[in-house]
Design a protein around this ligand. Sequence first.
Ligand code: UD1
Ligand code: CA
Length: 455
Amino acid sequence: MSLQVIILAAGKGSRMRSALPKVLQPLSGKPLLAHVVSAAEQLGNAAVTVVVGHEAEMVQSVMAKDFSLNYVAQTEQLGTGHAVRQANEVYGDDDVVLVLYGDVPLIQTATLNDLLGLVTDEHPLSVLTITLEDSSGYGRIIRDAHHQVSCIVEEKDATPEQKQVKEVNTGIMAVQGRYLRKWLGELSCQNAQEEYYLTDIISMCVAEGKGVATTEPSSEIEVLGVNDKRQLHGLERAYQLEKVEQLFEQGVTLLDSHRVDIRGELAVGQDVSIDINVVFEGKVTLGNNVSIGANCIIKDSVIADNTIIQPFSHIDSSQLAENCVIGPYARLRPGTNLSAKVKIGNFVETKKAQIGEGSKVSHLSYIGDTVMGANCNIGAGTITCNYDGVNKYQTTLGDKVFVGSASQLIAPVSIGDNATIGAGSTISKDAPEDTLTLSRAKQISLKGWEKPVKK
Ligand code: UD1
Ligand code: CA
């Protein structure tokens, strides 16, 4: 017996009013479908098949970046039962099939394990249900006098009495392969929506003389679906509040829990403080005593102990060692690697730059494709000219280099240890160590020169 997960993702999602298929809409920066696939993959040993239809190629090509999955096509959306039937080839009689929805993103692996644990020979089908104050729109769980499930009735087919039922079908179910195949073969579309309802297999299970097991998730947001932008927003906020709760548990100081977004994984040390309007993307690690100022965006980076990020800084794919001070208004682009005690000040852009311990680039500079030693001081307005329009070249600075303001270092070029570059220089040849190098037009003052007058 093995586990086969089938994720339904063929629907258009018209109510999103978007060219992007619904299952690719981002929640916490990741497609809805990717959340579902991750939960399925955490079950271990599960083979995952996605039923695609609307914009199938786009869905597959986006998902292929992060996952290798099986796909089956459902060219016409004739209902959830019809969708699962498209995957008949992928599961065997002895497999257990878990059906998930591509637009129900926050389902938890633990809940799925509970559901799967209920599948037995006596109960070859288990359904995840939830009790809602307002059950409108959902299929209702109908139980008999002994509280046993007898069927699911869709809203559009329900009697007024059935509509009163608050326990609903989340859509997520687990079922033995041999029964699933048999029951899917018996589905008809004689119902209000003229669709093949997957939910009809519940009454078929009962007719078979078998029981239907049910369980509920620990939290409602696990089973909330996304149909429009309002619901997407609701789930995003609920998800972010959960992330924030985890940060509070870890002792993080958040100046406003509603004004921080974690679109990925954030690992934190002790006494981390995060000011308002900070966005974390991808994988970010913050050491002890790291403080992040207001309005920063930090993506796929590691920031070590005691480093301070001042407001309005943007840090992408960078490594920062301890005791650095960054910003305000700094931009660290991919491949920035700072040793301890580095200072990067306002309006400084770095890219593929390795900067040694204690070096300072305090104002208005571009440092790209550069290896810089320790304790350098780079004056305001220094530019590494790394690009000739076709190729990129390297700039190398030794230790204790002083570069005067408004200098251009034309790569490839290298500056020796303890060298000084005079302000305003254009350096296109290597500069030796322990020496002042400058290139500067001679200054002249013209006596008797007269200012122009307005004609
Ligand atoms: C379905 C359930 C309902 C349940 C609700 C929970 C059925 C008949 N009804 O209703 O009991 O309360 O979900 O949200 O199953 N899809 C396809 N191909 C299709 C049809 C749907 O891939 O032909 C996919 C959709 O993209 C979506 C999911 O299946 O991800 C659910 O389809 P949807 O039409 O939203 O089902 P509901 O009518 O909401
Ligand atoms: Ca739906």
